[in-house]
Write a protein that binds this ligand. Structure first.
Ligand code: ATP
Ligand code: MG
Length: 409
């Protein structure tokens, strides 16, 4: 739980490893933060010595703002902080040092005491952990921890404890402020939204594909979604669940997300009587992938994303995966390929999609003929594609695609 404070500090992790591009990523991250906090009274977002400091006009909004920041990709952790200006800290320290007294850093200590009362009034022991970003500060980190710890002990009576303390208070010395904070609220890490290019995500109504989309969003991709619906119309297919799933993913994006709804009838009309039953599933997958590529290219997407997990179902054997996409001209990203269902389900719950994913929905894959072939050959699929005029099915499907913009829900 965040306490009322005018400053929230954010740490980024992976961006720090970037070389010359770091500035570009940071600019994008700051921009995404500003959009995520639109509607909140924010005075500024500043990059200060490897941290981003978000200054709020209304300290009472700290908790809600921290929660929004936790969904901004690229941030590692979020922390409401107390900031003690160096103009208050430095003169006292100078005086102590000149008088050869044990330095006390009382102003920082008092902030730590206030924080202790706010965060854990029931704490039985504490520890101070210090980092200096400003290496010119006259005390080293252990000496700072000692000085601040003195005040906390003196005013609260709590003993210090080095391992597993109830309360860990962090002190971070910056050039203009000393930050004091207790909690590091975890964020998702990764790279800023839209820093890695656009992808076209094949989104079913199941558990896997929303997780795949989220994981690639966390790597900085900007997704568009394509969903293939069964039946004669979007109304008949009742795609409310699909829209809601995109809405959940849009919570992690600074912009509304696009959803392309594609009918499967153009495939079915041409497959009937031409495609043997046991090839129907793999040919249908081929239709989806080919159509997704066409839409991807029209919308400047550089890769497809699917929720395939190796061996999970018949269409996901190595042979079938290879045969389905033997002549596909875009990379297909499969972030779940090495995960098992338990792991994928845990992610689904974590990102807030699970309850929606398990609602009943008549997915077009669930109505394909049973007992699909497990080891299709690329050559055969190319032959069937010719025979059924798959490219015409793709063109017709693309021409009948409906595009929507989905806001967060
Ligand atoms: P689950 O396995 O939880 O039922 P899923 O999304 O993985 O859900 P699969 O049948 O395993 O469904 O399909 C594998 C992948 O094919 C999906 O992850 C998705 O990327 C794509 N896919 C399946 N059905 C559709 C569809 N109707 N529209 C778009 N993509 C689909
Ligand atoms: Mg699956």
């Amino acid at each position: 739980m965040a306490f009322a404070t005018p400053i929230i500090a954010c740490a980024y992790a992976e961006i720090a490893l970037k070389g010359r591009n770091r500035k570009v990523f940071l600019r994008k991250l700051i921009n995404n933060i500003q959009i995520a906090l639109k509607g909140e009274a924010i005075a500024s977002v500043n990059h200060v010595e490897s941290r981003l400091l978000v200054h709020l006009d209304d300290p009472a909004r700290a908790e809600q703002i921290a929660a929004k920041l936790q969904r901004v990709f690229g941030l590692q952790w979020i922390s409401p902080v107390m900031a003690v200006p160096r103009s208050k800290v430095d003169p006292e320290l100078r005086e102590d040092l000149e008088a050869e007294r044990e330095p006390r850093l009382t102003a920082v200590g008092k902030a730590a005491v206030a924080l202790a009362a706010e965060m854990r009034s029931d704490a039985r022991h504490f520890k101070i952990e210090t980092r200096r970003s400003d290496r010119k500060f006259a005390l080293n980190s252990p000496a700072i921890s000692r000085a601040v710890g003195y005040t906390v002990h003196h005013e609260t009576g709590l003993p210090g404890r080095m391992s597993h303390p109830d309360l860990l208070i962090n002190v971070l010395v910056l050039k203009e402020n000393v930050l004091v904070f207790a909690e590091k609220m975890p964020a998702h890490g990764g790279l800023p939204f839209a820093s890695s290019g656009r992808t076209m995500v094949l989104l079913s109504g199941g558990i896997d594909s929303p997780v795949a989309a989220w994981l690639m969003m966390r790597r900085g991709s900007r997704p568009e979604f394509v969903h293939f619906y069964a039946g004669r119309s979007i109304e008949e297919a009742d795609v409310a669940k699909i829209k809601d799933l995109v809405g959940v993913l849009a919570r992690y994006a600074p912009v509304p997300l696009k959803l392309h709804l594609v009918p499967v009838v153009p495939y079915e009309m041409r497959a009937i009587g031409v495609i043997e039953d046991r090839y129907d599933m793999v040919m249908f997958r081929r239709f989806m992938v080919k159509t997704a590529v066409r839409l991807a290219k029209r919308n400047s997407c550089l890769a497809l994303v699917t929720g395939d997990s190796l061996g999970q179902v018949a269409s996901q054997t190595l042979r079938n995966l290879g045969a389905i996409s033997s002549d596909i001209s875009l990379p297909i990203l499969r972030p779940l390929v090495g995960m098992d269902k338990m792991e994928i389900t845990a992610w689904s719950k974590k990102i807030g999609a699970f309850d929606l994913s398990i609602l009943p929905y008549r997915d077009c894959c669930s109505i394909r003929s049973p007992r699909p072939i497990l080891n299709a050959r690329a050559q055969d699929l190319l032959g069937f594609s010719e025979k059924m005029a798959l490219h015409e099915a793709v063109t017709e499907a693309v021409n009948n695609t409906v595009r929507l913009k989905i806001d967060p829900c």
